[in-house]
Design a protein around this ligand. Structure first.
Ligand SMILES: CC(C)(COP(=O)(O)OP(=O)(O)OC[C@H]1O[C@@H](n2cnc3c(N)ncnc32)[C@H](O)[C@@H]1OP(=O)(O)O)[C@@H](O)C(=O)NCCC(=O)NCCS
Length: 160
């Protein structure tokens, strides 16, 4: 059984382990800092009681959302976990009335790009040599609908 919940400090070992299997970069203590600064949008997917993946839906100071990171344990990939995590991230962004979400992804990471395209992201820029090994980053962005105005329920809008 899978469930999505907020990251808690006791998840740190699992998250760091998944990070190590997923990314070339990383820094000791990175996710402790992420939890302190962006804990509200830091979600994990738990499968049968074990953390199998995570997403960090960060809020940037300019009011934009930024998917800081999404990763799934290699043993649990291709089962839709990243999709569920990204859906939760977008629910979080909608709750914060965020209208635009961006992210960076390695130019060679075609699997992740396919996933992001599926979620409505498109490439809006390139940052040369963004990663520590010199690989370029693609910048991808997706706009979000503003949704119903504050105080108006969907039913009221449908009836109006
Ligand atoms: C990218 C990643 C998060 C996907 O996680 P996942 O749980 O396996 O993804 P899902 O099962 O939800 O797949 C969703 C879609 O992504 C794409 N995708 C994911 N993995 C893929 C692969 N190995 N080959 C081709 N397409 C792939 C597909 O479009 C897939 O949809 P489909 O299964 O209906 O074809 C995971 O592979 C990962 O952790 N990679 C390393 C870290 C990383 O690259 N993170 C993203 C960059 S920040």
């Amino acid at each position: 059984m899978m469930r999505i919940r907020r990251f808690q400090p006791s998840d740190l070992t699992r998250v760091t382990d998944i990070e190590a299997h997923s990314f070339m970069e990383g820094a000791p203590g990175l996710y402790v800092a992420v939890y302190r600064m962006q804990g509200e949008g830091f979600f994990v997917a738990e499968v049968d009681g074990e953390v199998a993946g995570y997403v960090v839906a960060a809020l940037a100071e300019d009011g934009e959302g930024r998917i800081f990171s999404v990763a799934v344990d290699p043993r649990h990939r291709r089962r839709g976990i990243a999709r569920v995590l990204l859906n939760r991230a977008f629910e979080f962004y909608r709750g914060h009335r965020i209208l635009s979400v961006c992210l960076e992804v390695r130019q060679g990471n075609l699997h992740a790009q396919a996933l992001y395209r599926d979620f409505g992201f498109s490439v809006v820029g390139l940052i040369p040599g963004y990663y520590s090994d010199g690989e370029d980053a693609l910048v991808m962005r997706r706009r979000l609908d503003p949704g119903p105005p504050e105080g108006l329920s969907a039913r009221k809008i449908a009836a109006s």
